[in-house]
Design a protein around this ligand. Sequence first.
Ligand SMILES: Cc1ncc(COP(=O)(O)O)c(C=O)c1O
Length: 388
Amino acid sequence: MAEVSSRALQMVDLVGQYRAIRAEILAAIEEVLESGQFIRGPIVAAFEQELAAYLGCRFALGVGNGTDALQLAFMTLGLRPGDEVIVPAFTFVATAEAAALLGIRPVFADIDPRTFNLDPASVEARLSPRTRAIVPVHLFGQAAELTPLLALAERHHLYVIEDNAQAIGATYRGQKTGTFGHIGCLSFFPSKNLGAYGDGGAVLTNDPALHERLSMLANHGARRKYYHELIGINSRLDALQAAILRIKLRHLEAYTQARQEAADRYDALLADCPGLTLPYRAPERTHVFHQYTIRVHPEVPGGRDGLQRYLKQQGIPTAVYYPVPLHQLPAFADFGPHDRLPEAEKAAREVLALPMHTELTSEQQRYITDAIRTYVETALRTGRPPTS
Ligand SMILES: Cc1ncc(COP(=O)(O)O)c(C=O)c1O
């Protein structure tokens, strides 16, 4: 039985998820093909409205991907070369890359070791007269500590851009993430909680003026075709992706629940396993478990990398999000020198994301957690990583 489970194991099962909604998806695709309207148009507009309604914000604008969403946010708020934005050092590269591409300096702050999200004290310590914005990332599906970050931003007249790529549907004090800041950014990369069948993203705002400027900048700086007022970019959600996302949005609450139930099962199965720290669920937040990320303590012989290798031999895929904190990446060297950030550096050495998706079964999870337990318990008892 374990053999069967291990063979079927994947970090994300996009095909399994598709098969369950195949008829709906194919009908939606057919509708787009028959409409002949592939860029923007009524299907994209309908998705934008449904997305905004789901999140509880005034405006959602579909764009090409989550990285463009961030770039458009910086452009829309008028950030310029030499300005500084404070971003967590422990996130996907795009959070800082989108700023750096515009000549904006990403200033890296450390994280709260429990949530992996921005530590407000570390942000405050990095404010300078050039700071223009704070970019909280709701990493792995759980909201950052928004109240102190928003207060800090207000006190220092800074913009807040939420990188909500990993946390669609998560809440903080009952409100959906992505709707707190001046602009929120979403990614519909296929493996995201709301994933397209290609690239896609969205920007969110409650401000009509920002929405108008975002719309222009995403469409060559024009309000009206061929009458360009600004230098913009070409970043639009296409109608096929919007049609697919409309279907999947209707299932999103069920998908989120499936992830949360899978996370609860991992918690229970690993509860008394030594040498690990399981995901922390911060108060007043709902975690949507884009990833289920554990920490492997350095005392475990072989450490995180040893466990990952062992699991791979058992047919269990895992992933390290992220092995190098951004302040240590060569790509950002020109924006340095960067401070050492001990918690981000420690997290990069210890984290391991387990398979997490809407189709994960308890049988598969038992197989995964039995293997983790065997490794950790054997390694701690014998002082050596076990060989398979
Ligand atoms: C935290 C974070 N920010 C930004 C992005 C960029 O999104 P995209 O891949 O759609 O450009 C991603 C995902 O890829 C992400 O995880």
